[in-house]
Structures are given as structure tokens and as C-alpha cells.
Ligand binder design. Sequence first.
Ligand SMILES: NC(=O)c1ccc[n+]([C@@H]2O[C@H](COP(=O)([O-])OP(=O)(O)OC[C@H]3O[C@@H](n4cnc5c(N)ncnc54)[C@H](OP(=O)(O)O)[C@@H]3O)[C@@H](O)[C@H]2O)c1
Length: 278
Amino acid sequence: MHLDPITLNNGVTMPRLGFGVSGSRDTRAAVSEALAQGYRSIDTAAVYDNETAVGAALAGSGLPRADLFVTTKIWNVGRGRGGALRSARESLDRLGLDHVDLLLVHWPNDDLEPCLRTWEAMEQLLADGLTRAVGVSNFRPSHLRRLRGLGGTAPAVNQVELHPHHQQRELQQVHAALGIVTGAWSPLGRGAVLDEPVLRGIAERHGVTPAQVVLRWHLAQGTVAVPKSDSPERIAANRDLAGFALTGDELRAIAALDVPDGAGRIGPVPDRVDRIAA
Ligand SMILES: NC(=O)c1ccc[n+]([C@@H]2O[C@H](COP(=O)([O-])OP(=O)(O)OC[C@H]3O[C@@H](n4cnc5c(N)ncnc54)[C@H](OP(=O)(O)O)[C@@H]3O)[C@@H](O)[C@H]2O)c1
């Protein structure tokens, strides 16, 4: 089934559809609603400043820990081995958890040495059971090749900006070659793609919303999407994807919405973000 979990390169399974909490107006309420609607994967980060609220919602849900998949990310101040170890432990304290399921390096760093030290810390956290899988975010092919060149544990996931206007095909090919799962942030293009006539037309044909079409497209191409919403109706609708499937023609029409040369990007260009997270 399209919502079956995806298996990461170390055998850990991850839900294909998660719930993002960056910029949530009331994170505890949004996560509580998402859990009540059936989401089991929550995507947070140290820098979102809402891990405590996420933890409160998780605890308040009464759901068994084993049923939940929690991702957090080491922010740019968590540089080097000591900084990354400290950052991860502080995140766990705020979340009220003894481990997360996926820990990501939030942004790449062009400086090899601190990158190596951060990745050593990630491996240590994995070995110590403080996370079940380790990965990266916003890494470009050059960053991934450099990280793999260090040897050691391969990242399980690279979470990047990905939506119909910014489809990241080259990067997805690199992921496939390296056994890395593609995570999609801003999977709805922060709402900006939803007015596309192509998406509206497909949505009308299936009696669904453009957002549901976009999320179905993510599932069809194997990307793990983490849409964010504060609205209970949208939280529910964004997970209600089982009743329709996109045709080959529809998938091709969405593929054609990609804006060339990365010009459809809405977030920062990874190479230009200040020397980060290593
Ligand atoms: N790794 C990274 O560097 C990185 C960067 C950015 C984001 N992320 C992660 O990705 C998650 C999602 O990204 P995002 O929040 O930037 O963008 P997004 O999920 O693509 O879009 C969220 C926006 O779309 C609206 N929306 C949600 N469902 C909708 C629907 N069914 N119809 C119409 N509008 C809808 C939301 O408004 P309402 O809330 O009003 O519904 C919100 O304004 C974040 O929360 C975060 O967890 C990671």
C-alpha cells in the first residue's frame, strides 16, 4: 500500500507521510491533532524551538513509543563532535525521549574537518542508541559524495526542499545510487504550487484537493513528505490519500511543472547558507 513504511538503509522503517512542525502556531495542538488523525511520524528540529511542545503532545497522546517515529535535527551551532553530542542530548531532554528515530544534520558545511567530526558524533549517537538512524538535510550531490568519501555510516535520509516546482531529479538519482531515502520538505511548496491549473484540473477529476494530488505524487515517486498545517481539516485531508491514484499522464503533467535550473526553489540555496552544522 502507498502508505506502507519505507525501509531505510539500516533496516529501520519510517512512515512515508509525516507531519512537519516548522512555524506551527500552536505546536502542541497541531501535533496532538495529527496524532489523533493517524500520523505517526513527526518532523521537528532544534532550531524550530518547539521540541518541548512536540514532546508534550507525544506524551499526551498515550501512544506507545514504538508506534511513533520522531525526527529532529542538529542546528548549525551544533558544530563538531562535542557540539553535536550536546545538541542531540538537549533535543532529547526537550522532547522527553530517550531516543529519536532519525537524527539529521540540518545543513551541510563546506569545511571537511568539522563535517567529519559531526558525522563521528552522529555515529556515536547511533551506536549509543540515542537515535535509530542518522541522516542529513539540504546536502547537495557534492556534499553527499564528500561525506561518503569519509567512509563510515551512510546517511539513511537526505531531507531537501522538494515539490512540483523544485523536483530535484538529479539529486534523487544520486540518492538512489547511494541507497539514501529522499525526504521532502515544503512538500506543498508552502502552498505556492497549489494554484497550478494542472494540479487543479487533476484534483477536480479525482474529486480531491490540489494538496492531496501533490502528496499522492510524493508517494508515487517514493519521497517521504512532511506537510505542515495548523488546520484540523487540512491535517486530516493531507493524510486522506488512499481513495485515488494518479495516472501515468497525470504524473507526466506534474513532472512538467518542474522549474529549470532550480529557479522554483523557495528556500535558501544550501551552498550559500552560512558554513553550517558541521
Ligand atoms: N530540513 C529543512 O531544512 C526544512 C526546511 C523547511 C521545512 N522543513 C520541514 O518540512 C515541513 C513542511 O514544510 P513547510 O511547512 O515549509 O511547507 P509545506 O508543508 O509545503 O506547506 C505548509 C503551508 O501550506 C499550507 N497547507 C497545508 N496543507 C494545506 C492544504 N491541504 N491546502 C492548502 N494549504 C495547505 C499550510 O497552511 P496551514 O497551516 O494554514 O494549513 C502552510 O502555510 C516543516 O514543517 C518542517 O518540518 C524542513
